[in-house]
Design a protein around this ligand. Structure first.
Ligand SMILES: *Cc1c(COP(=O)(O)O)cnc(C)c1O
Length: 409
């Protein structure tokens, strides 16, 4: 008799995006002529940079020639890409990494979701709330979440990100063994300073805790003082794993490539208290369960670091951040309280007093024909907010904000 992993049965359905789709469809049926604009999407819309396309075309041709064909590559990624990553993303910021500390993958969702494979089930997990749902659901699957009570998992420590703490909370008094941090943040659009991140690193060092740092949006940082990597912080190599992705940086959401850094200086503990490095565990995990990102993809990712590629990527990011600025100014002029959008492609908008996330979603859909994502869908502390993304076209971003302004007048 085959037994299922009953932990999966604990997961409630992820109704957020299907509920949104249903509400939009109902609206469209009753308003067939309304042109609805969605600023709810968490996906990029600008095409792949030319330098990336050219590198990928070349790689396809290499694959079609017996003398340059490549079969299975290294599970950890090709040295050409790992070396480009270290040189451009780390050495340039004064961080030294060895090539065997970087693991190329098919994206940060896989890595943030799979990292639990190397963590014991009885670790106490802490996460900032609201949060990227992958961190929560993968810990439910891993048996670390407990029971769902009033929208919260009983064994997870929720650390509220609020207006009062500027969406960058301090460490709670409860014990945490494994902590997820994501800055610049999805969904709040908040960023973290070096000083605030230093406090988290110091906390983790003091408690022998592990920080799982998701830096998927680092390329959106505009303020030169903000850290792009947690390893810019003193002591972080002893306490943090960093996840990065080419998805939002270079339009790779459909191509699939990211990477994870696990310094060899980073240790966890056996139940007997023996320090044990995480790096070889993740290497073993990847070698057993993953066969590497495709050669063509990795050549495309390498091209992100060429002078042409870097310029093209920068241009696309400035396009999205231009949207964010137009949106933020427009919404503020309409009297809304707007957070984020300065170092991240997300705007986190406070709903007017007494209006819930879902109520505001409905009102905005009916009043302005614009779709956002109800903040409460990202966790209990998201109630009273709605998320808009800057990933749309310039035209749609302007049109949507004009409509919201006219509606609110
Ligand atoms: C989009 C996103 C990622 C990137 O995921 P990929 O699997 O690399 O596409 C990672 N973390 C957060 C918080 C995100 O929003």
């Amino acid at each position: 008799m085959a037994l299922v992993n009953e932990l999966f049965l604990k997961l409630p359905g992820n109704y957020l995006f299907s509920d949104i789709a249903k509400k939009i469809n109902t609206f469209k049926t009753s308003h067939p002529d309304a042109k609805v604009i969605s600023l709810g999407i968490g996906d990029v819309t600008r095409p792949l940079p030319q330098a990336v396309r050219e590198a990928m075309h070349k790689a396809v041709d290499e694959m079609g020639d017996a003398s340059t064909f490549r079969g299975y590559g290294p599970e950890q990624g090709y040295p050409f890409l790992i070396e480009a990553i270290i040189r451009n993303d780390y050495a340039s910021r004064g961080i030294s990494l060895d090539t065997d500390e970087v693991f190329v993958s098919d994206g940060a969702k896989s890595d943030t979701g799979n990292i639990g494979d190397i963590l014991r089930r009885d670790n106490r997990v802490g996460l900032t709330d609201p949060v990227y749902p992958v961190y929560v659901d993968s810990n439910v699957m891993g048996g670390r979440a407990g029971e769902l009570l009033d929208g919260k998992w009983s064994n997870i420590v929720y650390i509220p990100c609020t207006e009062a703490n500027g969406f960058v909370p301090e460490a709670p008094s409860e014990r945490i063994d494994v902590l997820y941090l994501c800055y610049p943040n999805n969904p709040t659009g908040a960023s973290i300073t070096k000083a605030a991140l230093q406090k988290w690193v110091d906390y983790a060092l003091a408690h022998k805790a592990l920080i799982l740092y998701d830096a998927a949006y680092e390329a959106y940082i505009q303020d030169p003082e903000l850290p792009h990597s947690i390893y810019e912080i003193e002591g972080a190599k002893q306490t943090a794993i960093e996840f990065r992705s080419f998805s939002k940086t270079a339009g790779f959401t459909g191509i699939r490539c990211g990477y994870t850094v696990i310094p060899k200086a980073l240790h966890g503990y056996t139940p007997e208290g023996k320090a044990t490095a995480f790096n070889p565990l993740w290497n073993r995990r990847q070698c057993t369960k993953f066969n590497g990102a495709s050669y063509i993809t990795q050549r495309g990712a390498e091209a992100v670091y060429s002078p042409e590629g870097a310029a093209q990527v920068k241009e696309t990011i400035q396009y999205y951040m231009g949207n964010a600025e137009i949106m933020r100014k427009g919404l503020e002029s309409a009297g809304l309280k707007v957070y984020g959008g300065e170092n991240a492609p997300y705007l986190w908008i406070k709903t007017p007093a007494g209006v819930s996330s879902w109520q505001f979603f409905e009102q905005m859909l009916h009043g302005a024909y614009v779709v956002g994502t109800p903040g409460v869908g990202f966790g209990p502390s998201g109630e009273g907010y709605i998320r808009l993304t800057a990933f749309g076209t310039r035209e749609n971003s302007i049109e949507a904000i004009d409509r919201i302004c006219r509606w609110l007048k």
